[in-house]
Design a protein around this ligand. Structure first.
Ligand code: SAH
Length: 348
């Protein structure tokens, strides 16, 4: 059976035509699914009964269930969702000037194995479907009773390792019969999959690109992020330059400040060498600790002091607000905690 929420508007049109109906019906089905977000075909009251029956026999509408909701003192809300096959993923509701941005996962687990990231623990389980990404956004918006203003793909997973599904997800969420978000309201964050950055550039879309840099020399970056052995800084920066030339969109470089590891004056100079003259913005994140992993948190104060070093070199830098650090809001941390607890229960 086909999962119908994952169809882009174009694919849905083709399908509706294939089963013998006029293509305009596709727009109606699409808006039932993505605007009204109904969970049964019976609810699609303005469709012919026969079409509803065919949809019912041929396809299904995926769902997810909420396993845990944890609210931070700063208003950030973290969700643990269970997918229909039982896998767990996380999403976060973030509020910037009261507007809701939803941070979603793109994979169950992650293959990229960054040393400081909780998502890597346990490796990659599988890619999420477009439906499973959409359902995270819809569930958070429904729970908050609020319109979604932005989506960031900064939860569990490497979005560019799930390229086709992520592209379909973005397409659906920007569709006028869907949430109708503008492309500029979507941010894709990557650990640096250079050939996919090039592929994304070719599409010439307006999505924001965020690149997780974390180190500006190859020796250190390879130590923190194994992906650097596949796409080194030279290769990564070539793909970023290409993206800038093609799209004219500023790139954000994420840099988790790890005290004593990547926050020296030399590190600042390495960043300068890499990004000088580029239409780039550096977003410093005080590193979150991951229990039991040997990764210890970096204070905001340390991040601010590294910011001064970068600003002295005239680099465009901000320190990200550490939203929700009291609720394990960094990538994969809540899933990890709940899984650990479930494993413990199983052992007891
Ligand atoms: N795989 C993608 C998106 C998910 S991670 C990527 O790498 O960009 C989203 C951001 O959180 C990335 O910049 C990631 O490096 C960062 N991150 C992961 N673990 C962290 C931690 N313990 N503390 C602070 N930031 C972390």
């Amino acid at each position: 059976m086909k999962e119908i929420l994952s169809y882009t508007a174009e694919q849905l049109k083709e399908y509706i035509e294939e089963i013998g109906y006029e293509t305009y019906r596709a727009g109606i089905v699409f808006s039932w699914l993505h605007q009204k977000q109904v969970t049964t075909f019976d609810a699609m009251s303005n469709l012919p009964k026969q079409l509803r029956n065919t949809l019912q026999q041929d396809t299904y509408i995926d769902t997810l269930t909420t396993q845990a909701v944890v609210e931070s003192k700063d208003g950030t809300v973290k969700y643990l969702f269970k997918l229909s096959d039982g896998n767990l993923i996380e999403s976060v509701a973030l509020f910037y000037r009261k507007k809701l941005t939803v941070c979603i996962s793109s994979q169950v687990g992650c293959a990229r194995n960054c040393s400081f990231c909780a998502s890597a623990i346990g490796g990659l389980v599988r890619n999420l479907t477009p439906a499973e990404m959409l359902l995270q956004v819809y569930a958070v918006a429904a729970d908050r009773h609020q319109r979604v203003s932005g989506v960031v793909l900064m939860g569990i997973g490497e979005p560019l390792d799930n390229f086709c599904n992520v592209m379909a997800f973005c397409d659906i969420i920007c569709d006028e019969n869907g949430l109708n978000l503008s492309q500029r309201a979507i941010t894709i964050s990557t650990s640096g999959v250079a050939d996919r950055i090039e592929q994304l550039a070719e599409k010439n879309l307006k999505y924001n690109l965020s690149v997780s840099l974390h180190a500006a020399n190859n020796a250190l970056r390879s130590r923190l992020m194994p992906i650097n052995d596949i796409y080194d800084l030279n290769r990564l920066m070539t793909s970023c330059q290409g993206y800038l030339e093609k799209t004219n969109r500023r790139i954000t470089f994420e840099y988790a400040v790890n005290q004593g590891i990547n926050d020296s004056v030399k590190d600042a100079r390495d960043i300068y060498r890499l990004l000088k003259g580029m239409n780039a913005h550096i977003n410093l994140i005080p590193l979150n600790d991951i229990e039991g992993s040997g990764v210890t948190a970096t204070t905001r104060k340390v991040a601010l002091s590294f910011k001064d070093k970068l600003q002295a070199l005239s680099l465009n830098t901000t320190v990200r607000r550490t939203l929700g650090d009291d609720i394990d809001a960094a990538c994969g941390q809540l899933r990890r905690r709940v899984q650990d607890e479930t494993d413990k229960e199983r052992l007891e």
